[in-house]
Structure formats: structure tokens, C-alpha cells
Design a protein around this ligand. Structure first.
Ligand code: NAG
Ligand code: NAG
Ligand code: NAG
Ligand code: NAG
Ligand code: NAG
Ligand code: NAG
Ligand code: NAG
Ligand code: NAG
Ligand code: NAG
Length: 893
């Protein structure tokens, strides 16, 4: 265990001692038959696994085999010697940053409190029970049993859903417990409702006063006023731009033990902004809140924070020093960033409804990205390295936004700090998802604490651009997903408004007026408010955001998709690569119809839906070797997923600047989902552990700052130029047709004077396909493919994109490609020089479990190509050669 003196400084009294209780504890089960060491922070499952008492919980069917662990009641205990002289301190506190979830806390055998919410911190006064040698016990109750108990106790009316669908193999009544909602299973994840102390725990002793929390928020102009404007004017004005000055609102809360008033001063310093401000404060005994406004001089140019792809993520070091009577000095350092956010909902010419888009620092920004779920069922396995890898991968794929989805967790501090640094905008849900929720007094009180705690913890992060009350609960009520009796509907509507509006929204607005708040996603924004918070059609594509899923229509047909204002969820499933599955399975599992393959699929009919889409445009694997067939099927599901989401995303990207039939002005595309919680089929583009699926390489291309999009409408082929750049560019567009059987273009059309407009999507090319084919002579829809790119005189200016003129199962002239690879090392990266004997679609390089990513993958290969491999851990040319497999479409024939 660690023993540290916070902020020790020679010559003055500093904040009191802080003693961390991280480290090795003991954990035992309900009847005492098991007792073992357990690491804190950590979970019971991890302790059992580390001790060798269970296998990897993710292995094969272990989610079912280990159900007993979550049904048992575990007790964490520790004993320790307090490393400071207790009689020198007036007050001692026990502080938990996170307990998961229901526990009774005993300090030296005295019950000092209870916990029932994993999303809030807890602190307990232990002054009267603490001894030099002390013991601490957390008697957990099974989350599953607790949820069932709470549900039973809710006798007035049911709060559905009772249980998840059978194929999820999950637990029931998760809506009755403030715990990650997906921990009872989801349609992409297992049920592992573990118990544990999942965040820091420590003892803090103090005299005079204790800093309980410190939070700050940079604001531009006067938000308070604007919040009312927002209600009145149908425009979400996130800021008043008239005063044009930045202010930092700082709020600190103290527990003052000194019976005399404590005087002192608070000094805020931001050296790079030449800002030093000192305010006098006086604190009376008890819980005291100090608020300070720090004005940044108007004449000083503040560099704003920008999302990735739009500018720098400039931040400033700030220190806040409280110098209190009695020589007590408490100093905190933080990084402060400046940016404004507005959610614009206003009339659009030529369209009913309202716009729904974000302006950052006054600039309209298209949200490009995905949805984030917890990176593991067991948060103690989520390392800083993993978070960095996943978030860096988002940025590497040209994303600028992630939605932290409401069925998981409020992520750890480091997640948001990384998003700040990387320029990832965060759409932050509150943790309620796809269910109705109770509103009993105790539940509401717990939620109120949670929301207050989280907003205070997170609001200083510029990355967070919106708060959203829940995931899909507005639509769940409107469409009556859970079949509640229509005559009881009023009860549920009232509960909805009570929870998300009268409680959560009220707290958010009192703690943070700098960001928009919506009650749900999807929602109709202002229209939802006007319609009493449950809109007539929350899926409306002319208001707010929308979610869209359709697995049976042809995903190559863009007319399948909604020309909506902002699409915050959409997607298709695929299987993770064989090397990822191999770690949790055995030979008998390696076929698409195995018991394992069915077991891992938590979405009803999901495996069938994937093959359905594959079959629309591809031939199913034709090999006889069962393992080869399994691998080829995995490959094809990834090809299908990548191609479907490409078509859909490109449709959203090119719809940003137009209104067609009253629809369009699309300003965001966040596909479902970025990452995986375990090794199974899902909508993710990153596999469990971070390996890129084919979709993620596609995302890197379809989210490029400058993208040519090709599509057909009524037999006419169009190319749009979609730009996220801040100025117009004159470029050259090249459109070529290639015969499947030849590496030489059949013909190329070049327009060397196309103009790409800043932040817009414009038509660059338009020709009937029949004319195009005729011009090129030797081409038919089945024999040729269209390829196009933007370039300047010297270099490529966009990814090279393509358009298929027919399904690939009908393509003529495609032959087996012999692709040869030569690997060489250049410093930290490896160069893969590829040559192909024939045009090859969807060329896929796979180096198995070697951690790292390629610069490009899953591409259409004409002749030769060099790609880089960026290893995430040291490796060698020899290892890569051994691990490498290359697959292209015809290899599955
Ligand atoms: C766990 O605790 C609950 C409630 O206190 C109790 O009903 C149940 O029997 C306990 N289970 C075990 C395995 O100890
Ligand atoms: C104690 O609990 C474990 C785990 O639930 C169970 O396997 C065992 O049978 C129980 N032992 C007794 C004596 O009840
Ligand atoms: C602890 O502090 C008290 C009060 O200052 C003092 O009387 C006592 O000697 C100290 N004990 C130790 C072990 O230092
Ligand atoms: C707590 O109670 C147990 C028995 O109930 C006893 O053995 C132990 O000494 C007590 N511990 C403390 C610190 O009082
Ligand atoms: C971003 O930072 C770089 C390096 O500090 C600087 O050269 C550039 O001008 C900055 N860009 C903007 C838009 O502020
Ligand atoms: C800002 O603070 C960080 C962390 O304390 C430090 O590493 C960095 O050097 C500081 N930057 C400047 C410009 O002072
Ligand atoms: C404030 O308004 C001015 C003038 O309209 C504009 O140039 C500036 O970008 C705005 N600032 C912000 C932070 O929106
Ligand atoms: C080139 O494209 C522009 C539209 O960007 C169009 O106005 C122009 O006519 C095209 N030129 C040729 C030669 O097709
Ligand atoms: C593939 O090409 C390489 C190099 O040109 C050649 O050595 C090899 O025999 C070819 N393989 C097949 C199956 O044609």
C-alpha cells in the first residue's frame, strides 16, 4: 500500500495526510467456503481468475458456467495500520471513488454506511471509529438478487423490461440497480454482474478544513441569460457572443472543522494567459461552497480548443491555491481549455422541421465517428494503454466524435483527458438505456447524487459537447417497446418526465449551462420539448437525431437510408477475426453453425442476417475444408459490414449541403459501434483488445477530410466532393474504369478544374452509366469497376474510392489473384510491398495476434501497393512473415 502526503511543501502546513487503501485485500463468498486475496481496485471475477480458481471468464461458455459468482454475496476485507498519528487530526474520512454496487460498509465492525450506486463517490466520517490498527469490510450483496428484490418491492405497477431476450443469456431487472446496464448482458455482450471496489479508496485526515471537490467551467459571455433564450427562441444559443470575454467559473466545496471562521485567499494562476487573480474568502464551520469567477483579459488572445481535423487542442496550465488561516495550503493543478458549443435548431429553407447540428467556436462541424461501449466487462482490466490504443484508433480513422452510450459507464477521468488531448468530441449519455425506470424516492435520490457527482467531475472537459438523458427511452415509450397497458401509459410518461426532466435536466442546468442537454437519443430536440418530452415520432428525420437499423434491405442501395439531420446510431454486424476468437474457443467451435457461434451471438437471428447481406452481393465460401470455410465466412462478414457502412456513411456525408424533397442537411454520422466488450460477433469496428476490423480501415477512408463519394441515381453516376477543410480547393478529379481482368484502366476521364467548397458536399461529376460504359467501349456493368480520386498537380488529395457497377457475385473477369508480399523494416515501422497478378477486391492483410495496425487494408488492389504496419509492441520482420495471411475476394471461391 502507498503512503503519501498530498502536496508536501517545505515550510508550510499542507493539506492533511491521505492514505491509500489500494492493494491486496481479502475476499470471501457468502458461506465462507472461499477466501482469497483480491486486488483493490478490482473485481471478484478477477480475483478468482488470478488465484487460478476459475478460467478466463470469456472462454467459451464461461459466462454461463460462472453465473454462480454473481449470485453469491462477497465480502471484501482488509486490515491496516494508520501511518500517521491520529490524535493530531480533528477529522478523518473514508473516501470511495467507486463501489460496484450494493454493499454495507463496516469500519472496525461498526456499520458506517451503505452503497447502492456504482456511478457516484461515497465518503464516510470515521473520526469516531478509526483506530491505529483498523479493519474495513464491504459486505456486498449480489447485484442480481438486489435488482430482483427491488423489483419485487415495487408493487404498484411493473417497470419493464423484466428480463433481456433469451439469446442474451442475461439477468433480469437491471433497471432497478444503478450499475452498468450492460453488465446484465446486452445484444453484443455477456452477463457478468460482478462485485468489487472498482475505483480508488483512501483515508484522509485533516484539521481546519478539507477540500471535498473542486470543479471549473470556462464560459464565454453570459450563459445564464442564454439558457432562457433557448427556451423562448427555438434556437439553442450556447453562448452570448456580445461580451466576447472568457470567464472561468471555479467551484470548491470544503468541510470546515474549525469552530472559528477560517479566512484566507484563493489564487488562480494561468501563466500563459498572464492571469493571476486572488480573491479573499471566509469559511464558516460546516459544508461550505466557494465560487470564484476568473476573468481572462479581453485583450489577451485565447487559443481555442478544436475537434480533431479542425485545429489544435490548445490548453493552458492552471493552478488554484487555497491559502487558509492556520497555514493550511491546498493546491490543485489542472489544464483548462476554451471552446464554445452550440446546438443549432433553426428553420431550414425548403424543409419542414428544424436543423440539428453543432457549432464549435462558431464553426458548423459535421460529427464523424462512432459509439463507445465499455472496453471490458471488468473495468479493472481496462489499462491506460488500452484506452489510448482505442481512442488513438478513433482519431487515426479520422473520427472527431464518440458517443459514450448510456448502457455502459461514465468513463474514467483518463478517457476524457485523452479525448481532450486528441480532439475527440464526446456526446455524453447519462447511464439509462433501453428500459423504463422506477422513480421511487430512494432511487431518485441515488440518481440525483450520481448526476451531480458526474457533472461536477466531467464538466471541465472541453471534449464533452452535449449531455443526453438516456439511450432510446423516449422512443421506447412512444413505440411501446415493452407493451405496457395503454391505459397505464400516463404513469410511465410521468415517470419519464420526473426522471429525465425534473431531476436529471434540472441538475445539469444548475451545474452546467455551457452545454446543450437533450433528454434522450434519438430525440427531436426542441420539438420533443414542445410535445411534452415524448415526441410523436422520436425517429423523425426532420428533427433532432435518429437511430437507424435495417438488416434485410439491400445495404448497397443508399435509398434504404434516412436523409436525416444527424444519425447517432446505425450499423451492421460482423464476426471478429479468427485470431481473436481462437483465444476463447477450441477446435469444435470453429464453424459458423457451432454451438459456440450461436452462443456468442446475442442478437436474435444475427448470424443469419449477416449471411443474408453477404449473399446479396457475394458468393458464400466454396471451400470444402471446414476451418477454411469458417475463416472465409468471417472475412466475408467483415467485407459485408465494411461495404454496408461505407455506403450508408457516404450517403450521410454527401447529404450535408442539400435538401432533397424536404430532407437532408445531415450534419453527423456516428455508427454503432466503435469497440467490443468481448470476443464475439457485434457491430464494432475494433475487436476486443483493439485489432482493427475491415470496417475500421474503411472508416479511415470514408471519414477522410476530403472525400469523393460515388453513387448512382436512376442510372446516372455521380461523384460528390465532401470537404471538412476550412477553405476552398481547386483540384483534379480522375474517374477511371478498370476491367476486372486487367491492371490498365480501360479509360480515364479527368476534370482538372473542380472546386471543392470548404465544409460542403458538392456535385463534381454526373454522367449516365450507359454513356460512361459506351465511352469506354470494352466495359459492361459486370466486367468493369469505377475508381476515382482527387489530386493536385503533384499528389493524391483524397483516398481513392470506387463504385461497383454490379454485385461482385455477378462480376465477370475476376480471376484468382496471386498476391506476393515483401516485408522490410524502416525504423519502428514495417513496409509491406504488395504485388498482385490480377485486380483483387478487398485485399486483407492479417498478422494474427501481432498487436498493431496497417496504414491501409481491405482495399481494391490493381497492381502494386505499399502499406505500412505500425506495431503496438515490439515485433520483427520474421514474426510478421510467419503470422501473415493475405486474403482477397476470389480466395473464398
Ligand atoms: C445473499 O444475500 C441475500 C440477501 O441478503 C440472501 O437472500 C441470499 O441468500 C444470500 N446468498 C448467499 C449465497 O449467501
Ligand atoms: C458455499 O457456496 C458455494 C458457492 O456458492 C457453494 O458451491 C457451496 O456448495 C456452498 N457450501 C455450503 C456448505 O453451503
Ligand atoms: C501523537 O500526537 C499526540 C498529540 O500531538 C502526542 O501527544 C503523541 O505523543 C503522539 N504520538 C506519537 C506516537 O507520536
Ligand atoms: C470484529 O468482530 C470480530 C468478531 O465478530 C472480532 O473477532 C474482531 O476482533 C473485531 N474486530 C475489531 C477491530 O473490533
Ligand atoms: C497549431 O499549432 C501549431 C504548432 O504549435 C501552430 O503552428 C499553428 O499555427 C496552430 N494552428 C492554429 C490554427 O492555431
Ligand atoms: C503543464 O503542466 C504539466 C503537468 O504538470 C507539465 O508537464 C507541463 O510542462 C506544463 N506545461 C507548461 C507549458 O508549463
Ligand atoms: C463571436 O462572434 C464573432 C463575430 O460574429 C465571430 O467572429 C467569433 O468567431 C465568435 N466567437 C465565438 C467563440 O463563437
Ligand atoms: C469540371 O467540373 C466542374 C464542376 O466542378 C464543371 O462545372 C465543369 O463543367 C467540368 N469540366 C469538364 C470539362 O467536364
Ligand atoms: C505467385 O507469384 C509468385 C511470384 O511471382 C510465384 O513465385 C508463385 O509461384 C505464384 N503462385 C501461384 C500459385 O501462382
Amino acid at each position: 500500500m502507498l503512503w503519501l502526503l498530498a502536496l508536501f511543501r517545505a515550510g508550510c502546513v499542507v493539506a492533511g495526510p491521505s492514505y491509500s487503501l489500494r492493494g491486496s485485500w481479502r475476499v470471501s463468498n457468502g458461506n465462507g467456503s472461499l477466501e482469497l486475496p483480491a486486488t483493490v481496485p478490482g473485481y471478484v471475477h478477477s480475483a478468482l481468475h488470478q488465484r487460478g480458481l476459475i478460467q478466463d471468464p470469456y472462454y467459451r461458455f464461461n459466462d454461463l458456467n460462472y453465473r454462480w459468482i454473481s449470485l453469491d454475496n462477497w465480502t471484501y476485507s482488509t486490515e491496516f495500520k494508520i501511518p500517521f498519528n491520529l490524535s493530531e487530526w480533528q477529522k478523518v474520512k473514508l473516501i470511495f471513488d467507486g463501489v460496484d454496487t450494493v454493499a454495507e460498509i463496516l469500519f472496525n465492525n461498526v456499520t458506517i454506511g451503505k452503497t447502492d450506486n456504482m456511478f457516484t463517490g461515497y465518503s464516510f466520517d470515521i473520526t469516531n471509529v478509526v483506530k491505529d490498527v483498523s479493519s474495513l469490510k464491504l459486505r456486498f450483496q449480489s447485484a442480481v438478487l438486489y435488482a430482483a428484490q427491488q423489483s419485487r418491492a415495487h408493487t404498484r405497477y411493473p417497470v419493464p423490461p423484466e428480463c433481456p431476450p433469451a439469446e442474451q443469456k442475461g439477468e433480469c431487472h437491471v433497471n432497478f440497480i444503478r450499475k452498468a446496464q450492460c453488465s446484465f448482458s446486452w445484444d453484443w455482450g455477456p452477463s457478468f454482474p460482478s462485485q468489487g471496489i472498482w475505483k480508488d479508496v483512501r483515508i484522509e485526515a485533516y484539521n481546519i478544513a478539507h477540500l471535498d471537490y473542486l470543479t471549473f467551467l470556462p464560459v464565454y459571455g453570459n450563459y445564464f441569460q442564454n439558457y432562457f433564450a433557448y427556451e423562448r427562441l427555438r434556437i439553442v444559443v450556447g453562448l452570448d457572443n456580445t461580451s466576447q470575454a472568457w470567464t472561468i467559473e471555479i467551484e470548491a466545496s470544503f468541510d470546515v472543522v474549525s469552530p472559528e471562521p477560517v479566512g484566507g485567499q484563493v489564487t488562480v494562476a494561468i501563466p500563459k494567459l498572464k492571469t493571476w487573480q486572488t480573491n479573499h474568502i471566509e469559511l464558516q464551520q460546516g459544508q461550505r461552497i466557494v465560487k470564484v469567477l476568473v476573468k481572462i483579459r479581453k485583450d489577451f488572445a485565447v487559443e481555442t480548443w478544436w475537434p480533431h481535423g479542425h485545429g489544435n487542442q490548445t490548453g493552458y496550465n492552471m493552478t488554484i491555491l487555497f491559502a487558509l488561516d492556520g497555514g493550511l495550503n491546498i493546491e490543485k493543478a489542472a489544464k483548462v481549455y476554451f471552446r464554445t458549443v452550440q446546438l443549432i435548431e433553426e428553420d431550414i429553407k425548403g424543409s419542414p422541421g428544424l436543423s440539428f447540428y453543432f457549432k464549435i467556436n462558431g464553426l458548423p462541424i459535421f460529427l464523424k465517428g462512432s459509439n463507445w461501449i465499455p472496453a471490458d466487462s471488468f473495468q479493472d482490466k481496462v489499462t491506460s494503454e488500452l484506452l489510448q490504443r482505442l481512442l488513438q484508433s478513433a482519431v487515426d480513422a479520422n473520427m472527431n466524435t464518440l458517443r459514450v452510450w448510456g448502457g455502459g459507464i461514465y468513463e474514467q477521468d483518463e478517457f476524457y483527458a485523452l479525448c481532450d488531448e486528441l480532439g475527440i468530441m464526446v456526446w455524453q449519455d447519462f447511464m439509462f438505456a433501453s428500459a423504463l425506470y422506477p422513480t421511487k424516492q430512494g432511487f431518485l435520490e441515488s440518481v440525483r447524487k450520481e448526476v451531480t457527482y458526474q457533472v461536477r467531475r466531467l464538466k471541465s472537459h472541453p471534449s464533452i459537447i452535449i449531455w443526453s438523458g438516456n439511450n432510446e427511452n423516449e422512443v421506447a415509450l412512444r413505440v411501446n417497446w415493452f407493451h405496457v397497458n395503454p391505459s397505464d401509459m400516463k404513469i410511465y410518461l410521468d415517470d419519464y418526465v420526473t426522471l429525465y426532466v425534473k431531476n436529471i435536466r434540472e441538475i445539469v442546468l444548475s451545474e452546467d449551462k455551457s452545454r446543450p442537454f437533450i433528454a434522450s437519443s434519438p430525440t427531436n430536440g426542441i420539438k420533443t420539448m414542445e410535445e411534452g418530452w415524448i415526441s410523436q415520432d422520436p425517429y423523425s428525420i426532420q428533427y433532432g437525431d435518429t437511430h437507424f437499423y435495417n438488416y434485410y434491405s439491400d445495404c448497397w442501395n443508399w435509398k434504404t437510408f434516412p436523409k436525416a439531420r444527424l444519425v447517432s446510431e446505425y450499423g451492421y454486424q460482423s464476426w471478429p477475426s479468427f485470431s481473436t476468437l481462437e483465444k476463447v474457443s477450441t477446435r469444435e467451435d470453429w464453424s459458423y453453425n457451432s454451438r459456440f457461434s450461436l452462443h456468442r451471438q446475442h442478437h436474435g437471428n444475427g448470424n443469419h442476417e449477416m449471411l443474408h447481406q453477404v449473399k446479396l452481393h457475394f458468393k458464400l465460401p466454396q471451400k470444402t475444408d471446414p476451418l477454411r470455410t469458417f475463416k472465409d465466412t468471417i472475412y466475408l462478414t467483415q467485407v459485408m459490414q465494411a461495404q454496408c457502412i461505407k455506403t450508408e456513411t457516404e450517403f450521410y456525408m454527401r447529404s450535408r449541403s442539400e435538401i432533397v424533397g424536404g430532407q437532408g442537411h445531415t450534419m453527423g454520422a456516428l455508427y454503432w459501434q466503435l469497440n467490443d466488450i468481448w470476443q464475439g460477433p457485434s457491430w464494432a469496428s475494433l475487436e476486443y483488445g483493439g485489432k482493427w476490423k475491415m470496417l475500421h480501415y474503411f472508416a479511415q477512408r470514408f471519414f477522410a477530410p476530403l472525400l469523393p463519394v460515388g453513387f448512382e441515381d436512376e442510372g446516372v453516376f455521380y461523384v460528390y466532393g465532401v470537404s471538412d477543410l476550412h477553405r476552398d480547393y481547386h483540384t483534379k478529379l480522375t474517374v477511371s474504369l478498370y476491367h476486372w481482368s486487367s491492371p490498365k484502366p480501360v479509360c480515364s476521364l479527368v476534370n482538372s478544374s473542380v472546386v471543392i467548397k470548404a465544409g460542403e458536399a458538392v456535385v463534381l461529376f454526373k454522367k449516365p452509366v450507359s454513356v460512361l460504359l459506351l465511352r469506354c467501349g470494352r466495359c459492361t456493368r459486370e466486367t468493369c469497376v469505377v475508381s476515382f480520386y482527387l489530386s493536385t498537380d503533384k499528389e493524391l488529395f483524397s483516398p481513392t474510392n470506387y463504385h461497383f457497377l454490379s454485385s461482385l457475385k455477378d462480376a465477370k473477369g475476376l480471376v484468382k489473384a496471386n498476391i506476393t508480399v515483401n516485408i522490410s523494416q524502416q525504423g519502428d515501422v514495417f513496409v509491406f510491398d504488395l504485388k498482385t497478378s490480377a485486380v483483387a477486391p478487398f485485399v486483407w492483410l492479417d498478422v494474427g495476434n501481432t498487436p498493431g495496425r496497417f496504414s491501409d487494408n481491405g482495399f481494391l488492389m490493381i497492381k502494386s501497393r505499399s502499406v505500412l504496419f505500425y506495431p503496438w509492441k515490439p515485433t520483427s520482420k520474421r514474426k510478421l512473415q510467419q503470422a501473415l495471411s493475405v486474403t482477397s475476394l476470389t480466395d473464398t471461391y
